[in-house]
Design a protein around this ligand. Structure first.
Ligand code: URP
Ligand code: ZN
Ligand code: ZN
Length: 468
């Protein structure tokens, strides 16, 4: 049974036109004016007065992540369902093996968890240590498992963080495999030193989380990661970039011709560090790494998106409940699990505060929300596009609708929403995932386990190392 979307304003990263879309067998079969139903049973969606976007691709999601003595609260079913409610129809989650664990054993664990997903998913593989066999395991990930992107953490020392020697080895290996290294860039040792300093002085409230990871800590690590990538000739993707210092490092490298890509997240565009002053431990809800920055950085990031220096906006969705999880750090901010929910809110926030406030145009919005993450991570044009043959992942978006974000109504499995009270203008009326309507006028109709693993291959350019 097919779906015919009639008279929508179809908007992609490059085009805008009035037309119809016919989907069947999970794929977009045709686009253009004057399309008709193929069978009497086909469903027709009247999209007059509405936009049609490609389904969103969130390239940075952590569901069921064991982290800091707890586990992120959404599982693959509820996390992907929250995504669908917010127009995100594919995610890239992270396999994060423990130090000393074989990467492929880690993959087995994540493959099991992900069987519950309601929409399609892929994995980045985190390299949390570099042993004798890691090269071979990375090779298997790329050549046999459809995982051509690796995640590295310069922070979280003593847990999943790696040192510069290990990072260099990961980059060198990835370079040989045509794979992409993504980096969480914070100076791990400096963070630990500042944490010890504050805790020693009895400064244990959530706001000291932010003060122990100030912007230069991220700026320095971003520059160092870029330098290591330059030495190895490896393209690099900086995840959750938050500040002017880090963007300066990216800008300088790109000017030199180095292949450096960057992602930011709605929380870094829309919140400032006054959130950490909230009374009654409410600042803990905003404890994430890197932290929310002082005001000023947000405009720099918006400008970076508009200028094409930042290519994607993901969420780093990693929910922890205030009650029972964040409270683990009631007397010591270093024990507050780092992370917050956001997968459902990315579309509404970017459209409302990006497009409607003239910070980015509507094509740039589609690009950062769907098309660029698909292109960079090897999912395009299957995902992130509206062309015949692509997966039928589509958002019919009513620009006249609106809502107020709240933990009382969101689909995240989390008792807080860091965007509580934010108004959003424009809402999906229908979200189609692999040719099936999974969200309609406020109601989810998802199918546990319908999501499929997306094996990937990259088309990232691999230049010769930049000299000089
Ligand atoms: O605070 C965060 N960002 N938690 C999730 C893990 C990570 O660093 O991305
Ligand atoms: Zn991170
Ligand atoms: Zn993350």
């Amino acid at each position: 049974m097919g779906i015919l979307i009639k008279n929508g304003e179809i908007i992609t990263a490059s085009d805008r036109y009035l037309g119809d879309i016919y989907c069947d067998d999970g794929k977009i079969q045709a686009t253009g004016p004057g399309l008709d139903k193929h069978t009497a049973q086909d469903t027709v969606i009247d999209a007059s007065g509405q936009f049609v976007f490609p389904g969103g691709v969130d390239a940075h999601v952590h569901t069921e992540l064991p982290f800091m003595g707890s586990e992120s609260a959404d599982d693959f079913e509820t996390g992907t369902a929250g995504g669908v409610a917010g127009g995100t129809t594919s995610i890239i989650d992270f396999v994060i093996p423990a130090r000393n664990q074989n990467l492929l054993d880690g993959l087995d664990v994540w493959n099991e968890k992900a069987k519950k997903a309601v929409s399609d998913y892929a994995f980045h593989m985190a390299v949390t240590w570099f042993g004798d066999q890691t090269r071979e395991e990375m090779r298997t990930c790329v050549l046999e498992k459809g995982i051509p992107s690796f995640k590295t953490f310069m922070a979280y020392k003593g847990a999943i963080g790696i040192d510069d020697t290990e990072l260099f080895s990961v980059m060198q290996t990835a370079r040989g495999l045509g794979a992409l290294v993504t980096v969480h860039a914070e100076h791990g040792e400096a963070v630990v030193a500042l944490q010890k300093l504050f805790v020693g002085q009895g400064k244990v409230a959530p706001k000291y989380h932010a003060q122990s990871r100030p912007a230069p800590v991220e700026g320095e690590a971003t520059g160092r990661a870029i330098m290591l990538a330059r030495l190895t000739g490896e393209p690099i993707y900086i995840v959750h970039l938050t500040c002017r210092e880090a963007l300066d490092a990216v800008t300088e490298a790109r000017r030199r011709g180095q292949v450096v890509m960057a992602e930011t997240c709605p929380q870094y565009l829309l919140l400032d560090d006054s959130v950490y002053d909230k009374p009654d431990f409410e600042g803990a809800a905003y404890v994430m790494s890197p932290p929310i920055r002082p005001s000023g950085h947000q405009d720099v990031l918006w400008a970076g998106i508009a200028a094409g220096l930042i290519q994607t906006v993901a969420t780093d969705h990693c929910p922890f409940n205030q009650q029972g999880q964040k409270t683990m750090g009631k007397d010591d901010f270093t024990k507050i699990p780092n992370g917050a929910a956001g997968i459902e809110n990315r579309l509404g926030l970017l459209y409302t505060y990006g497009v409607l406030e003239n910070r980015i145009d509507i094509h740039r919005f589609v690009d950062i929300f769907a098309t660029q993450p698909a292109k960079i991570f090897g999912l395009y044009p299957r995902k992130g596009s509206i062309v015949p043959g692509a997966d039928a992942d589509l958002v019919v978006f009513d620009p006249a609708a609106g809502s107020t974000i709240s933990a009382k109504t969101h689909h995240h499995r989390c008792d807080r929403n860091i965007f509580e009270g934010f108004q959003v203008k424009g809402l999906p009326s229908h979200v189609i995932v692999n040719g099936r309507i999974q969200y309609k006028n406020g109601k989810l109709d998802v199918e546990r386990g319908a999501g499929r693993f997306l094996p990937r291959r990259l088309s990232t350019p691999f230049p010769t190392p930049v000299k000089g």
